[in-house]
Design a protein around this ligand. Structure first.
Ligand code: FES
Length: 213
């Protein structure tokens, strides 16, 4: 098993684990009938799109005694998204909601023996779709105080660059402020936003890659 973070995005081969989950995805809803049936029994349904590639993920969960007993999904995403969501849907089974929500994309990637760096953002879809499905479950069961929405915040007021844009940039390979600025032009005109942008960059690098800048 190799280190996810050592991968440079030039690797052309998926690991055996990725290939196995891609060719035999677990908990995938394959037909409209299956999806409709699942929707009737689901405790929560969530959807998430990737700004990086435009792909979509939909997730259905069944919850009992605060534990996820079933996690089904569909996606328009690529092989990495299919493999990582398949793995994720197995990992969360039987877990308490809070524990499942604490699973990070790098945990999924590790279980898969690594993903190419450029495909890391694909594994974030599952994680975010689960958050949306859990929020839906909390809404349906009137546990409104537990809902956590991922609100967008504008950081660069002139170019309207948001915290999500910084997050996406990190998932797409940005590692330094110079790289971030080159890619987004953040702080070029609105210089007052630079300290906050740097702080967010550090936050996302640590969140996804355990990297301290
Ligand atoms: S999910 Fe869109 S490229 Fe992988």
């Amino acid at each position: 098993m190799y280190d996810v973070q050592s991968k440079d995005g030039k690797e052309w081969f998926y690991t055996d684990e990725v290939k196995d989950h891609f060719f035999n995805p677990k908990n995938l809803l394959k037909t409209r009938e299956e999806a409709e049936q699942c929707a009737k029994q689901a405790s929560g349904i969530g959807e998430e799109g990737s700004p990086a590639c435009g792909d979509l993920m939909k997730m259905w969960i069944k919850v009992k005694d605060n534990k996820i007993i079933e996690c089904k999904w569909q996606t328009f995403g690529c092989a990495s998204a299919i493999a990582s969501t398949s793995m994720f849907s197995e990992m969360v089974k039987g877990m308490k909601i809070e524990k499942a929500l604490a699973i990070k994309p790098q945990d999924i990637s590790k279980e898969l023996g690594g993903l190419p760096a450029r495909k890391f953002h694909c594994s974030v879809l599952a994680d975010k779709a689960l958050r949306a499905a859990v929020n839906d479950h909390y809404k349906k069961t009137n546990q409104l105080d537990k809902i956590k929405e991922d609100k967008v915040k504008i950081i660069d007021k002139i170019l309207k660059i948001t915290d999500h844009d910084i997050e996406e940039a990190v998932l797409e390979g940005v590692r330094t402020f110079e790289e971030l600025q080159k890619r987004t032009k953040i702080g070029v005109q609105d210089k007052t936003c630079i300290p906050e942008a740097e702080q967010l960059l550090r936050f996302y690098l640590e969140k996804y890659f355990n990297k301290k800048q």
